[in-house]
Design a protein around this ligand. Sequence first.
Ligand SMILES: NC(=O)c1ccc[n+]([C@@H]2O[C@H](COP(=O)([O-])OP(=O)(O)OC[C@H]3O[C@@H](n4cnc5c(N)ncnc54)[C@H](O)[C@@H]3O)[C@@H](O)[C@H]2O)c1
Length: 285
Amino acid sequence: MKRIGVVGAGTMGAGVSQLFAAAGHEVVLVDVEASALDRAREAIARGVRLMPLVRPAEPRRDPDEVVGRVRFTTDLEELRAADRVVENVTEKWEVKRRLYPELDRICPPGATFGVNTSAIPITRIAALTRRPADVVGTHFMNPAPLKPTVEVIRGFHTSDRTVELTRELLAGAGRDCVVVSDSPGFVTNRVMMLTVNEAVFLLHEGVSTAGDVDRLFKECFGHAMGPLETADLIGLDTVLYSLEVLYGELNESKYRPCTLLRAMVDAGLLGRKSGRGFHTYEEGR
Ligand SMILES: NC(=O)c1ccc[n+]([C@@H]2O[C@H](COP(=O)([O-])OP(=O)(O)OC[C@H]3O[C@@H](n4cnc5c(N)ncnc54)[C@H](O)[C@@H]3O)[C@@H](O)[C@H]2O)c1
């Protein structure tokens, strides 16, 4: 059993906490917003309760027991005994930039930092700490408790030890990993964000409806979800911030976020987490 610090209790932090708590670890989940912690507590309990329906082969867990392994707190100092940290705060450089020196100060020597970012280079984040060898990208897919594989990103200074400890931790939670080199958006989001943004442009230009864009991908290509449903699942704010990172980092106009996406974020239409995005949701459906 390890002491896992999870920072950020939004869409990803809740899922990552559920995954590690269900695997028997002690989790300290930190957020600046108490309301995010309340929502995460409910999401974890609901996720564990629904697991037998969506993954019947996985061992059954007691929701209270899993939630009981998570300590919910707004105090970052509670990470002082963490062996491993997985950070999932907002996809904004300013937010991550302020957090990492604090994590570096608080966490014990030898603790590894897994960065769950959609697009920000791991090497840049590692440079905010005095332990760049201990920093690695752990790009979990959403929803984290249901996805079998994690994209692990080796930053310029990431050590073999850190990659191996990360692989071990993920394997202990029944997860495989694919290790890639550092680059904005890595492999998955360099491609995925481009596809999602282009689908938003198609909608904006009136070429098709949101429902039909998604149907084409599901029924013609056999994808489990269409690109606009995927955007709703990720969170439209996170998609926008990721495109802004890719646009700025790669200086490529093809990553310019569609104005419709920006307008929807301004209007508070964030996808599943707000109940409305390209589609409308009730209680996560
Ligand atoms: N949503 C996805 O599908 C997805 C998938 C993989 C990776 N990611 C990445 O994971 C990270 C989190 O994404 P998300 O979708 O969960 O975002 P989110 O907006 O749902 O949650 C972010 C949380 O971070 C909290 N936060 C902000 N600053 C903080 C700080 N200094 N300390 C502690 N908590 C803080 C916020 O209060 C919020 O609860 C982002 O970097 C994102 O790019 C997202």
